[in-house]
Design a protein around this ligand. Structure first.
Ligand SMILES: Cc1cc2nc3c(=O)[nH]c(=O)nc-3n(C[C@H](O)[C@H](O)[C@H](O)COP(=O)(O)OP(=O)(O)OC[C@H]3O[C@@H](n4cnc5c(N)ncnc54)[C@H](O)[C@@H]3O)c2cc1C
Length: 451
C-alpha cells in the first residue's frame, strides 16, 4: 500500500506533525498496515474533526479509515445499521432518513465517522436524554495489535476501554448501531433568550426534560450584568402532523437536503477574528434571536450542523489555528462554572458562539468525557497572547471542581492533571499494557498525556 509522509493536524490546525498516511481499502490492508506500522506505531483516523492531536502520530503511521465506508445492512424494522467504521454520519443520514431512522447521537458536525464517534464517545444535544454515542453501539469489530479481529460488546472491559479510548485499543472496523425513529426530517424548535448565566442555568435545569435536544449558545464577550447571556435552542424531531398540509415538506417528509456555501479561502490573515469583530457578531446574533419563539420548523443541518454549511470554516482563525476548550463540572459545582465564565469574559477571549449544555447520566467508557453536570465549549485563536498560561489556570479550576476536559478537543492539557480528571485512567493503562504491550497504537495525544 502506498503511503506518503504528509503533515497531519486536527481540526484546530495547531501543531501539525508528519506521518505516513495509509488509506486501507480492505480489512486485510488495515491488518497489514497495523502489522507493518513500525517502531513509532500507528493510529486510526476518521475525518479529522477532533480539534487536537488525537488522530496524529509524529514519525509513525496514521490509518485513514475513510476508505472503508460500506453500509453493510440496515434493519429497517428493528432500527439498526451495520456499517464500516469509516462511514460518516452524513452518509448515514442520507441513507437512513428516507427509511424513517436517524443517528442516535450527532455532534455539531455530521462530517465525523462512526469510528471517530466511538473513539471519542461523542455526545450531542440529546446527551441529557440519550447519553453518548457508544450507548447505542450493540457490537463492534476491533482489529487489535496482535492482528486479531475481536467482536466487542457492551458490558466488557474491552468495550469500555474502546468507547472514548481515542483509538488506543485498536482499529474499529465495523459497528452495529441502534437508531432513532423519526417521522420527518424536520425539527420543531423552541428558541428563547437568557439575560445572564444564572438565568440560563435556571432555564436549562427547569425545562430541559421537556426536550430531546437542548443547547445554549452563550456570549462570552458580554460583561457585567450581561455576563453569560445566551440563546437557548431546544426541540425534537417534528411529527408528521406538524408539517403544514399541501407543502413540499409534507409531501416528502423524510427528504434530507443539504446545501453548502463556497469554502473559506485557504489563506486568511491572523487577527480577522478580533475582539471587536467577534463582539459585534455576538451582539448582533443575540439581538436578532427571538426573546421566545416556539415550534419553528428547521432542517436537520440548520438545527444540528450550522457550521457544516461553510466548508473549511476552521480557516477563519488564520494560519495559527485555534484551540477548542471544552470542560465539564458536575451538578453542585455551579460556583466553578460561574468563576470560569467570569474569567473568560474578563479575559476578553474573542470567542464567538460558545456552547453550554447540561449532561445527563455518564456512560461506562473509561475515558468517556460526559459526566452529569455542565459542559462549556469555546473556540479561541491559538495566537492569543498568554493563552497557554490562562488555560492552564482554567484546567486547575476544572480539576479542583472534580471536572475534566474533553480529550477529543484537547491539544495542550498537562499530563499531571489527567488522573484526577479521569478516575478510570489506571484501568485504561493496565488494559492497554496487556492488550498492546509494544504500544503499537500510539498518537501524539497518547505520547503527550502518557495514555
Ligand atoms: C464543528 C465541530 C463540532 C463538533 N461538535 C461535537 C459535539 O457536539 N460533541 C462531541 O462529542 N464532539 C464534537 N466534535 C468533535 C468530533 O465529534 C470528534 O472529535 C470525533 O471523534 C471526530 O470524528 P472523526 O471521524 O473526524 O475522527 P478523527 O478526528 O479522525 O479521530 C478522533 C479519534 O477517534 C479515533 N478513531 C477514528 N476512527 C477510528 C477507528 N476506525 N477505530 C478506532 N479509533 C478511531 C482516532 O484515533 C482519534 O483518537 C466536533 C467537531 C467539530 C469539528
Amino acid at each position: 500500500m502506498a503511503a506518503d509522509t504528509v503533515p497531519v493536524t486536527g481540526w484546530g490546525r495547531t501543531a501539525p506533525t508528519a506521518a505516513r498516511l495509509i488509506r486501507p481499502r480492505t480489512y486485510g490492508e488495515a491488518a497489514l498496515a497495523v502489522r507493518d506500522c513500525g517502531a513509532r506505531g500507528g493510529i486510526a483516523r476518521g475525518l479529522g474533526r477532533a480539534y487536537g492531536d488525537a488522530a496524529q502520530n509524529a514519525g509513525g503511521a496514521v490509518l485513514d479509515m475513510t476508505g472503508l465506508d460500506r453500509v453493510h445492512a440496515i434493519d429497517a424494522d428493528g432500527g439498526t445499521v451495520l456499517c464500516d467504521a469509516g462511514v460518516s454520519l452524513h452518509r448515514l443520514m442520507q441513507v437512513l432518513l428516507p427509511l424513517g431512522w436517524f443517528v442516535p447521537v450527532t455532534p455539531g458536525t455530521r462530517y465525523v465517522t462512526v469510528g471517530g464517534a466511538i473513539g471519542a464517545d461523542i455526545h450531542g444535544k440529546n446527551h441529557h436524554v440519550s447519553g453518548s454515542f457508544s450507548r447505542h453501539v450493540l457490537s463492534l469489530e476491533l482489529l487489535t495489535a496482535d492482528g486479531d479481529v475481536r467482536t466487542v460488546v457492551p458490558g466488557t472491559p474491552l468495550f469500555e476501554a474502546t468507547a472514548g479510548g481515542m483509538g488506543l485499543t485498536g482499529v474499529i472496523l465495523t459497528a452495529t448501531v441502534r437508531l432513532q425513529p423519526v417521522q420527518t426530517s424536520l425539527m420543531s424548535v423552541d428558541t428563547e433568550r437568557a439575560n445572564d448565566l444564572d438565568d440560563l442555568m435556571a432555564r436549562l435545569a427547569d425545562t430541559d426534560h421537556r426536550y430531546r435536544y437542548s443547547v445554549a449558545w452563550i456570549d462570552l464577550l458580554a460583561r457585567g450584568r450581561a455576563t453569560g447571556r445566551a440563546v437557548l435552542t431546544r426541540g425534537d424531531h417534528a411529527p408528521l402532523d406538524a408539517l403544514p398540509p399541501g407543502t413540499r415538506a409534507r409531501r416528502d417528509p423524510l427528504s434530507f437536503r443539504t446545501s453548502r456555501l463556497p469554502a473559506a479561502p485557504s489563506f486568511l490573515p491572523e487577527g480577522l477574528l478580533s475582539r471587536t469583530t467577534v463582539g459585534l457578531f455576538n451582539e448582533l446574533w443575540y439581538r436578532r434571536a427571538p426573546r421566545a419563539r416556539t415550534g419553528q420548523l428547521q432542517r436537520i443541518p440548520a438545527f444540528f450542523h450550522p457550521l457544516d454549511g461553510v466548508p473549511h470554516w476552521n480557516r477563519v482563525y488564520g494560519p495559527g489555528g485555534f484551540v477548542q476548550y471544552q470542560f465539564v463540572v458536575g451538578h453542585g459545582r455551579e460556583d466553578a462554572l460561574r468563576r470560569i465564565v467570569r474569567r473568560i469574559s474578563e479575559r476578553r477571549c474573542p470567542s464567538f458562539l460558545a456552547v453550554l449544555k447540561r449532561f445527563g447520566e455518564a456512560d461506562p467508557g473509561w475515558l468517556s468525557f460526559p459526566v452529569p453536570g455542565w459542559t462549556l465549549a469555546l473556540d479561541i485563536p491559538a495566537a492569543l497572547p498568554g493563552l497557554a498560561g490562562f488555560l492552564d489556570e482554567l484546567d486547575e479550576e476544572v480539576a479542583g471542581a472534580g471536572g475534566r476536559v474533553y480529550l477529543a478537543k484537547d491539544s495542550r492539557l498537562r499530563p499531571e492533571l489527567l488522573a484526577a480528571m479521569y478516575p478510570r485512567l489506571a484501568d485504561f493503562r493496565a488494559l492497554r499494557a496487556e492488550l498492546d504491550p509494544r504500544a503499537v497504537f500510539t498518537s501524539d495525544l497518547s505520547r503527550r498525556l502518557h495514555l
